[in-house]
Design a protein around this ligand. Structure first.
Ligand SMILES: [Zn+2]
Length: 214
C-alpha cells in the first residue's frame, strides 16, 4: 500500500468585522485569515508546521489584501476615503508639476485633467491656480496625504497614482531628476518596493502605457 503524505495550507480565521474595502470602495465585511502549513497524511492535516502568512479577504468581492488594510478606520466611510484620495491626488500632482521649478501650460492642463478624471469634484482652471498657490505656501512633503490613503490602496491603485505622477512629469516633454526624485518619494510614502516602482517606470518610458490619450 502507498503512504501518501505532503503539506497543505489551512486557513484559520483570526478575526472578522467591517472594513473599508479598497476594491469595492465602500464598507464591507472582511475575514482576517492566517494560513498555517500542515504536514498531511492521506490528505489529512496532522502536524502544524508554522504559519505561512496572513491576509484579509473581502466577503463581498473576494479580493485579498495585506492585513494593514485594516488600519484604515472603517468609521471614515466611503465619502471620507474619497475626499482623502482627492486631497492626496491634488496635492501630489501639483507638487509634481512644481518639482522642476517651472509651471508649464501643458503641465497645468495635464494636472487638471488628471484631477478631474480621478476625482469626484471637477475643478476649474482658476480653482487649480488657487490650489497651486496654497500648495506652494504650505510646503508639505509629497507623501503627507499619500501615506494616509496608502493602507486602503491595492497595488493597482498605487500604480495608478505613480503613472499619473509620471504623466504630469513628462507632460512638458522631458522628465528631469527632481521629478524622478519626487516619484521615489511618492512610492516610498505608499510603501512600494523599489523593484515594483522600477517596473512601473520602465514600462512607462517604453511607452507601453498610455494613461491619458492626448
Ligand atoms: Zn470588496
Amino acid at each position: 500500500m502507498f503512504i501518501i503524505f505532503g503539506t497543505r495550507g489551512v486557513n484559520k480565521m483570526i478575526k472578522h468585522g467591517d472594513f473599508m474595502c479598497p476594491q469595492c470602495a465602500t464598507t464591507k465585511k472582511f475575514r482576517h485569515l492566517q494560513v498555517r502549513r500542515f504536514f498531511t497524511l492521506f490528505f489529512i492535516p496532522l502536524i502544524p508546521l508554522g504559519t505561512a502568512g496572513e491576509y484579509v479577504e473581502c466577503m463581498s468581492c473576494k479580493g485579498t489584501f495585506v492585513p494593514r488594510v485594516l488600519d484604515y478606520k472603517p468609521s471614515l466611510g466611503e465619502n471620507q476615503f474619497q475626499s482623502q484620495y482627492e486631497k492626496a491626488m491634488r496635492h501630489s500632482m501639483i507638487l509634481m508639476m512644481l518639482a522642476d521649478g517651472i509651471i508649464d501650460a501643458q503641465e497645468l492642463v495635464m494636472v487638471r485633467s488628471i484631477i478631474n478624471k480621478f476625482g469626484h469634484n471637477d475643478i476649474s482652471a482658476d480653482e487649480l491656480s488657487d490650489l497651486v498657490e496654497e500648495v506652494q505656501l504650505k510646503k508639505e512633503p509629497v507623501g503627507k496625504y499619500l501615506s494616509v490613503i496608502a493602507p486602503s490602496l491595492n497595488e493597482h491603485g498605487k500604480e495608478l497614482i505613480i503613472k499619473c505622477g509620471l504623466t504630469v512629469a513628462a507632460s512638458d516633454g522631458h522628465v528631469d531628476q527632481s521629478e524622478l526624485k519626487m516619484i521615489d518619494e511618492m512610492a516610498s510614502a505608499m510603501e512600494m518596493s523599489k523593484s515594483h516602482l522600477k517596473g512601473i517606470t520602465s514600462e512607462f518610458f517604453e511607452g507601453k502605457e498610455q494613461l491619458l490619450k492626448a
